[in-house]
Design a binder for this molecule. Structure first.
Ligand code: TSJ
Length: 640
């Protein structure tokens, strides 16, 4: 084989590589939904962050342009503009060769496997066009691509005094379901990255409509600022965020945490700037050390008496907000979603630094030690009370021979993959739902009256609560640490409440409960919101339903034309509530899988979700007022 043939072979492999990405985009970016679309931006930004990690880049600018194309630029060294040993421009390889995990990135902490670091070539393959500019040696180098193909080879197009890289791309609308970017989604991911890289400035600009919207993200305090941000609407138990850093060999571990009076645990962990949603060794090391140190301190200072049991890990973490960030070479990402860190030497490192420094810190700051111990002892008491309440329910269940709530109208189907539970507000609505449902697979659980706000209650108040127990029993999967998705009795949990203020309130209370005590239910996509129609339009014998004002006007147009006299004869009723529809109407509009719309509740952004529940349901009034004022302009269906 001569060299020419070799070159051809590698050329074909390159084409096949990017072709494969276009054929099966899901394999490379997970999904072609909005999530996948936004992933393209993260993929490019991550390359600039690598340059920052390597110590050469201080500023990154991300811009959304009219038409939803994106530009990302940095002030790093610029992608190399020289020739690679294959005789091709190095830059061309960056954008046309599939590589697992940023071989061309700058820093020492490289990412292995998973969706991360699949590289700029994947973004190129999935873009209608991509343009690269490198500012180096006083010159501007440029290269253009379309759907992964080289359209214009690398060439010098001008002079400059800048240094850095600029990438612009338009996602391919034949690949993605939706090609409109969500500013807030980009913002929260970029903010997270700014927290994780102290001193790096990331600017996000939206030029799509109206005056430019610009957010500059820069946090000198790094993950310490991250904790302050997460806790900004909570009541901290101590003023300063506790911050611990340590190193061993090539690995660096950093944790920041602060307690508040909340009953929730908020813990986010990262490895090489990747959010490890399934935790792993760094989380285990942190949790073990926290539990050990707080128990030791409690014993030594007599917060725990000799015959008291040790505090459990969950007691020690009640009200804790913590960020863990580790950087390591050869990170092993495990589990189905590759978001669990497997390197056990990191467990040892995190455990050691937290063990040593937190112990000293508590000894030097007795008021903080006392606050933490009192919090944890309170949590342990509540846990014990919850255990007793749970036992009581179990015994009662055994005695009565059923664990199902009396109010549940169950379905006949027993295969939980095929069933639906409608949780319905109010007696009359439940009546309609009961008569309208398909009882083979649809169950109805009526709820009424004032429901417990779990944002202000511990788990012991949930057990035995007459509003929440029926929900827990009907679902059958337990709550909190005991929650077990495999015991879930229904595939779809549908919240069905009126489209008015009371309906919104009960929906929010229920979602808060599910988010705080059954989070996997939401994460695994089992929770839905029913969408009852807003209007009923009657003309003669014809009855139609509209789910928005726009649809209402369209239907009136269809039924009556533009004749103003005919329009007046159409009877347009605003739906006052679910209970006003009879069973048949409710089935047709809201419950029949052939005709209904269900909104699936998704959890894309745990940081924002936590914040919204804290603000809406917590005890601080001022942030809630601000939130409501800033969102009031978006409210379209306010019916007081
Ligand atoms: F690849 C890319 F398109 F995704 C991308 C790369 C996007 C953006 C916004 C920036 C970058 C990028 C790459 N910024 N900086 C760099 N640096 C390098 O590629 C580089 C420069 C110099 C050296 C060296 O050893 O001299 C090494 C590397 C990897």
């Amino acid at each position: 084989m001569n060299e020419q043939n070799n070159y051809d072979a590698s050329q074909i492999q390159v084409l096949e590589g990017l072709q494969a990405v276009r054929k099966r985009p899901g394999m490379y970016i997970g999904t072609t939904s909005a999530k996948g679309l936004h992933h393209l931006v993260y993929e490019i930004v991550d390359n600039a962050i690598d340059e920052a990690l390597a110590g050469y880049c201080k500023n990154i600018e991300v811009t959304i342009h009219p038409g939803d194309w994106i530009s990302v630029s940095d002030d790093g060294r610029g992608i190399p503009t020289g020739m690679h040993e294959t005789g091709k421009a190095a830059m061309e390889l960056v954008f046309t060769v599939l590589h697992a995990g940023g071989k061309f990135g700058g820093g020492g902490y490289k990412v292995a496997g998973g969706l991360h670091g699949v590289g700029a070539s994947v973004v190129n393959a999935l873009s209608e066009w991509m343009k690269v500019q490198v500012f180096q040696n006083g010159l501007v180098y440029e290269m253009n691509f379309a759907r992964g193909d080289v359209i214009k080879p690398q060439e010098i197009v001008g002079e400059t005094d800048k240094i850095g890289t600029m990438i612009a791309f338009l996602p391919d609308n034949t690949i993605f379901e939706d090609t409109v970017f969500d500013f807030d989604m980009l913002l929260s991911r970029l903010r997270e990255q700014a927290f994780l890289n102290a001193g790096l400035r990331i600017q996000l600009t939206d030029l799509r409509e109206g005056p430019p919207v610009v957010k500059s993200l820069y946090y000198e305090g790094g993950i310490r600022s991250f904790v302050e941000y997460v806790n900004k609407n909570k009541n901290p138990l101590h003023a300063e965020v506790i911050h611990i850093v340590g190193k061993k060999g090539d690995s660096v571990a950093e944790v920041a945490f602060q307690y508040s009076d909340s009953y929730n645990e908020t813990l986010y962990s990262f490895a090489n700037n990747i959010h490890t949603t399934d935790g792993g060794m760094h989380e285990t090391g942190f949790k073990n050390a926290m539990t050990r140190v707080v128990n030791d301190y409690g014993r030594r200072h007599k917060f725990l008496k000799d015959d008291d049991k040790n505090l459990a890990g969950e007691d020690v973490r009640e009200g804790l907000t913590a960020i863990i960030s580790v950087k390591l070479i050869d990170a092993q990402f495990e589990g189905q979603t590759k978001t669990k860190l497997g390197n056990s030497d990191i467990r040892v490192l995190v455990d050691a630094i937290v063990g040593e420094k937190l112990g000293d810190f508590l000894e030097e700051n007795p008021p903080i030690g006392r606050a933490i111990l009192e919090k944890a002892v309170g949590a342990a008491r509540a846990r014990e009370a919850a255990r007793k309440a749970r036992e009581l329910t179990r015994r009662k269940t055994a005695l009565e021979g059923t664990s199902l709530p009396g109010k549940l109208f169950d379905c006949n189907e027993r295969d939980p993959r095929l069933t639906e539970l409608y949780i319905v507000e109010g007696d009359s609505a439940a009546g309609s739902a009961k008569s309208g449902r398909d009882s083979r697979y649809q169950a109805i659980l009526p709820l009424w009256g004032k429901m417990l706000n779990v944002e202000k209650a511990r788990i012991d108040k949930v057990y035995g609560n007459e509003k929440l127990m029926p929900v827990i029993l009907a679902l059958g999967a337990g709550i909190g640490e005991d929650f077990d998705l495999s015991r879930l009795r229904y595939n779809k949990i549908v919240l069905m409440a009126d489209a008015d203020v009371d309906g919104s309130h009960i929906r929010t209370l229920l979602l808060t409960f599910l988010f705080r005590f059954m989070r996997p239910l939401i994460e695994e996509g089992h929770v839905y919101l029913a969408q009852p129609p807003l209007y009923k339009i009657v003309r003669g014998k014809t009855v139609r339903y509209a789910f928005s004002d726009k649809e209402r006007d369209r239907i009136i147009g269809e039924l009556c034309g533009t004749d103003e006299a005919a329009r007046a004869k159409a009877d347009v009723q605003r739906n006052k509530g679910l209970g006003e529809m009879n069973g048949e109407e409710l089935w047709e509009t809201t419950m029949n899988p052939e005709t209904r719309t269900l909104l699936r509740v998704e959890l894309d952004d745990a940081v924002s979700a936590d914040q919204i529940f804290t603000v809406l349901m917590g005890d601080k009034v001022e942030p809630r007022r601000e939130f409501i004022e800033s969102y009031a302009k978006h409210v379209v269906n306010l019916d007081i």
